[in-house]
Write a protein that binds this ligand. Structure first.
Ligand code: 5GP
Length: 112
């Protein structure tokens, strides 16, 4: 069971900012920006690499949730970043698909 599966099961507490039948969002425990939340599907997909065509609607929903929580956090005017890490080179540490939503400061590009 991954860490995020335990959060979904209520075994590990999290600071939720959004919940629906398909997805939840909660604050990252180690925020890299003034606002840093993770959007995850309830479905235990490892990453976007594991998603099938049948998951296309779910993936779109996750992006919609990311935009909603960013708007709710007041990030629309200045902007924000949505990123998902995949595998070792992508820097993924938890093997349950998640979108990072980061805002409240200017982001640099390219990422490290
Ligand atoms: P990844 O490195 O896989 O893209 O992102 C995993 C994220 O999960 C990291 O930003 C890390 O800070 C966050 N994280 C790790 N453990 C916990 C935890 O127990 N609770 C919360 N809310 N976030 C966590």
């Amino acid at each position: 069971m991954t860490l995020f599966a335990k959060i979904l099961a209520g075994e590990i507490p999290a600071d939720f900012v959004y919940q629906d039948e398909l997805a939840v969002a909660f604050r990252d425990i180690s925020p890299q920006a003034p606002f840093h939340a993770l959007v995850i599907p309830r479905k235990p997909l490892t990453s976007v690499a594991a998603a099938e065509q049948e998951d296309a609607g779910l993936l779109g929903h996750l992006l919609r949730v990311a935009a909603k929580i960013a708007a709710d956090a007041g990030l629309d005017e200045r902007g924000y970043r949505v990123v998902t890490n995949v595998g070792e080179d992508g820097g993924q540490t938890v093997e349950h698909l998640h979108l990072h939503v980061l805002g409240g400061r200017a982001m640099s590009w390219p990422p490290g």
